[in-house]
Design a protein around this ligand. Structure first.
Ligand code: AMP
Ligand code: GLY
Length: 433
């Protein structure tokens, strides 16, 4: 099959890396890709949300199967457009991608399906929102309805924070139409984990559990980011809890949608808060997690392209997925200053040294080839906030962490920043902390 992967991050590098190992894959393109993806796929200079250009490319280049990495093209209806032209594409259509694109759609669906989630109300008027909030205990969580590139959720500990979150969304409209409606949700306390499954509309193949590290600094301090590292499996998700989440979250959603004549095909990602009262859903995403995918793919022994093709064909029933039992840790190397202002164009050094390291994989995010004429092939420079995902397997979590940070130490670029504690929570939990 000739495969097109859409996106440019570490997630898409991990997907390309895994798909390119499939016996079913004869050629792989990635649009737009990055400096690392360019080594294993032919990169195509089309942005991931330019649906019309992507469609033309797929038709002109006889693409047999398209895999969508990020949420924006899904919510924009890329799947509908490709399907209309008879092209095979992995992901939910626009109506179903609303599970990520509209918090109100997702919460209403959860209510209907009886999925455990925090109590909530929706508002488009600040006075009514404040009146409701006054009847509730703080903290409360304010969420913009639409896609806000991960910035549309504010956990409000004080009245002032609540007032300013609501004002910025409903009055100042900082997120535009995406924030014209909001939900106010009860605050949940516990440990977060990601449960990602692939669905064919009826049957599912679950991916291994994982945990993201969203804050910029060690100890979960500082601002939220797109994710500073991940590991898989997440020890907070015991086998019993995993089964409970599949039975009380994943199947109820898939079955409810199927009953409504909207079979969900693609990735269903449940962001879970494990509370003292059990697992609750914080959010759904309609795509693979980033950086969770970078920690999951190295553990997947089965053929990802085969699983995704079966999902599109409605043929996942009875499929048995195989995993490498070894844990995997992925650490993000970011540009100094990220997630705020940062410089680009720093030369990345040390990658050759890591290529000889056993069980180490480097997934690129914000990298591109430099333009220094003499050795332009070798020069790699930073081109984004999250630059590289240094990923390693190990016989146990501590060994995976050690292998990973050993590789991290070989790499350098000016003002490089990374967290030193990716995986530490898994270790303290194992020790009973
Ligand atoms: P979401 O995009 O809805 O997952 O929210 C982003 C982040 O905000 C989550 O990963 C949580 O850390 C936090 N969050 C969202 N909803 C809640 C909630 N109800 N209680 C506590 N934290 C939350
Ligand atoms: N790791 C969080 C996300 O992919 O949304």
């Amino acid at each position: 099959m000739r495969v097109l992967v859409i996106g440019s991050g570490g997630r898409e590098h991990a997907l390309c890396w895994k798909i390119s190992q499939s016996v079913k894959c004869s050629k792989i393109y990635c649009a737009p890709g990055n400096g690392g993806i360019a080594k294993i796929a032919e990169t195509v200079n089309i942005e991931s949300d330019d649906v019309d250009k992507l469609l033309k490319f797929a038709k002109d280049n006889k693409i047999d199967f398209t895999v969508v990495g990020p949420e924006v093209p899904l919510v924009k209806g890329i799947v509908d457009k490709f399907q209309k032209e008879g092209l095979k594409i992995f992901g939910p259509n626009a109506k179903l991608a609303a599970i990520e694109g509209s918090k109100i759609f997702a919460k209403s669906l959860m209510k209907k399906a009886g999925v455990p989630t925090a109590d909530f109300r929706e508002f488009d008027n600040i006075d009514e929102a404040l009146k409701y909030a006054a009847t509730k205990k703080l903290p409360l969580v304010v969420k913009a309805d639409g896609l806000c590139a991960g910035k549309g959720v504010v956990v409000c500990k004080t009245k002032d924070e609540l007032q300013s979150a609501l004002e910025s969304m409903l009055v100042d409209k900082v997120f535009g139409p995406a924030g014209e409606k909001v939900i106010i949700e009860d605050c949940l306390v516990g440990e977060e984990a990601s449960i990602i499954v692939i669905s064919d509309g009826k049957n599912i193949v679950p991916m291994a559990s994982s945990q993201d590290h969203k804050r910029i600094f060690d100890g979960d301090m500082g601002s939220n980011t797109g994710g500073m590292g991940a590991y898989s499996p997440a020890p907070v998700i015991t086998n019993e809890l995993f089964k409970k989440i599949i039975d009380t979250v994943i199947y109820p959603v898939i079955n409810t949608l199927a009953k409504d004549g909207m079979p969900y095909k693609g990735v269903l990602y449940a962001g879970i808060m494990v509370t003292k009262d059990g697992p609750f859903v914080l959010e759904f995403n309609a795509r693979f997690g980033d950086p969770e995918t970078q920690a999951i793919m190295p553990r997947l022994r089965s053929d990802l392209l085969d699983i995704m093709e079966r999902a599109v064909n409605g043929n996942l029933g009875g499929y048995s997925v195989e995993w490498d039992p070894r844990p995997c840790v992925s650490v993000v190397l970011a540009s100094g200053g990220y997630p705020k202002k940062y410089d680009k164009g720093m030369e990345i050094k040390g990658l050759e040294e890591t290529s000889a390291m056993k069980d180490v994989m480097i997934f690129h995010a914000g990298t591109r080839k430099g333009r220094r004429a003499a050795d332009s092939d070798k020069l790699l420079i930073t081109s984004g906030g999250r630059v590289l995902n240094i990923t390693a397997l190990g016989d146990d979590m501590q060994k995976a962490i050690d292998n990973c940070y050993n590789a991290v130490r070989a790499i350098h670029f000016d003002k490089m920043h990374y967290r030193r504690d990716i995986g530490a929570r898994a270790i303290s939990r194992k020790l009973g902390a």
